[in-house]
Design a protein. Structure first.
Lengths: 267, 248
């Protein structure tokens, strides 16, 4: 029989996979993998600030991610350093500041490992509510902005010239990314959430030829990773977050074999 | 001119500078319904920049730009679609506008690439991609078309056909066209108004007047002035690629 905690873990994982599937596609299309990683790293700072000021963790992580995103935009106008350098600078300095603050929090017992790699097996009812509530909200917004966001992703000038207002939709997308990281940090952890965003979308690219199909397959890939990862973590008694990402990687490798077969068929 | 058609785009004394270096300045012109306005000039003279200013792509510009329509079709000079983006031609056609399958087919047919409808954008050749870009821009039946070197990479025969198509569209759909072209033959034959750019407007007017302008000769050389006379004799024959004359 499955225990309650495992059912909750499954439900939480499925919720995460449903959101990261389509959003992950945009992360790949827009070349935001590093950006997603940076936001995830800054989540540690968000968590520690939540602990210091006794705030809601998800809300605090969301706010810090948003601040980091705005700060990045400011930095881009102030210096000519390439984007990946700025992202590395922000990711590791926010991580470092978060860890320094943790050092001061001698009175609070704190599970850094759980934060880094997630603890899907300790999901509570209210966590589930946050994931599914927030998830539905994020997906509805994405559905609404899909067309202009996609146009801005293909070509900024074209979208702008034809009245799609790309700046607005780029900003909304950044906020959605911050929101995803905020609601999923507890489940897969800040080191692994980027994996959940990128790997299912990457495997979907190998076997799809249009954007809607890729978003769909990416979601399926994410769901399979969650199921395989969670059941094998139960079976082999391994950590759940890393098991999920390992499962995703295996699926990605399988998708590579498939593309080869496809291209051979075409010949 | 007897053109009393609606003004679609009005650019007044517009310009833009980047890092204190002026890219283009003091450009003024209008595009009316059914009119083709062409920007010519050497490389780096600010043609594409001027088009982008007119389209409102830049945030900070000098001068004023007013658009009197929101039905705009744009063919940018350079666009690269990454392999990461799985986009078929049919997906690309509906990028900024909802279209029926019929509308997509008709537009692709006009530019001669209907057979590519389900192909991936990243697999197209340069010329094929240009044809798709033009098809996309006209499929939404725009009131204002901005074409930045629309036939680059298109084969010689296709080039003429596409320019004829552009002319036909401007006549039939009554849309205004802002065109950037290197092909002086085409510019002089099909255009209502020419702006000769080199960081600023060197000279402007009807093709007839511009060709006679000394600044035009400075910019393009004396041979370019003969363009018009070549064209004016073009009623009964066409020139093929090697310069020989084919009688019609």
């Amino acid at each position: 029989m499955l225990d309650d905690f495992f059912i909750r873990a499954l439900l939480a994982g499925i919720g995460i996979a449903l959101i990261t599937g389509p959003i992950g596609c945009f992360v790949i299309w827009r070349r935001l993998s590093f950006f997603a990683g940076t936001l995830a790293h800054s989540a540690l700072l968000g968590v520690t600030i939540a602990l210091v000021f006794e705030l809601n963790i998800a809300l605090s992580v969301f706010l810090i991610s948003a601040v980091i995103a705005i700060f990045l935009l400011q930095l881009q106008t102030k210096t000519n350093l390439p984007n990946d350098a700025l992202l590395g600078l922000l990711a590791h300095s926010s991580l470092a500041i978060g860890l320094v603050i943790i050092g001061f929090l001698t009175t609070i017992r704190f599970d850094v490992m759980g934060l880094l790699f997630g603890d899907i097996l300790a999901v509570s009812q209210s966590d589930l509510l946050l994931i599914w509530g927030g998830g539905v909200f994020i997906l509805i917004i994405l559905k609404i902005i899909w067309k202009p966001l996609f146009a801005s992703t293909i070509n900024y000038d074209l979208a702008k010239a034809e009245g799609m207002n790309p700046d607005r939709y780029n900003a909304i997308f950044t906020i959605l990314m911050a929101a995803i990281i905020a609601i999923s940090i507890k489940i897969v952890g800040l080191l692994l959430i980027t994996g959940m965003l990128i790997i299912p979308a990457a495997l979907a690219r190998n076997i799809s030829n249009n954007p809607i199909q890729m978003a769909f397959l990416s979601t399926i890939g994410g769901l399979l990773s969650i199921l395989i990862g969670l059941f094998s973590s139960l079976e082999f008694n391994t950590a759940s977050g890393p098991s999920i990402i390992t499962a995703a990687l295996l699926l990605f490798l399988i998708s590579l074999i498939k593309t080869k077969k496809f291209s051979e068929l075409k010949k | 001119m007897e053109n009393k058609n609606k003004v679609l785009l009005k650019v007044e004394n517009a310009g833009i500078s980047l890092n204190d270096k002026s890219l283009v300045k003091g450009v003024s012109f209008e595009v009316k319904q059914g009119e083709i306005v062409t920007l010519i000039g050497p490389n780096g003279s600010g043609k594409s920049t001027t088009a982008k200013i007119a389209l409102g792509i830049y945030k900070k510009i000098d001068g004023k730009v007013k658009t009197y329509t929101n039905k705009i079709g744009y063919v940018p000079q350079k666009i690269s679609i990454d392999w990461t983006l799985p986009v078929r031609v049919s997906d690309f056609m509906t990028l900024t506008e909802e279209l029926t399958q019929d509308q997509i087919n008709i537009a692709l047919n006009l530019t001669g690439v209907e057979h590519l409808k389900n192909k991936s954008l990243s697999n197209l050749s340069g010329g094929e991609f240009q044809r798709v870009l033009i098809a996309r821009a006209i499929s939404k039946q725009p009131e204002l078309l901005v074409l930045d070197e629309p036939v680059q990479g298109v084969d010689f025969k296709g080039e003429i056909a596409l320019y004829e198509l552009i002319k036909k569209i401007s006549d039939k759909m009554k849309c205004g066209i802002l065109l950037i072209s290197h092909d002086l033959h085409v510019v002089m034959s099909a255009t209502d108004y020419v702006l000769c750019l080199n960081g600023h407007v060197c000279c402007s007017g009807t093709p007839h007047n511009v060709v006679k302008d000394s600044k035009y000769r400075e910019l393009f050389g004396d041979r370019a002035s003969n363009i018009l006379s070549l064209y004016e004799h073009k009623h009964d024959h066409t020139h093929s690629q090697d310069g020989t004359i084919d009688q019609k």
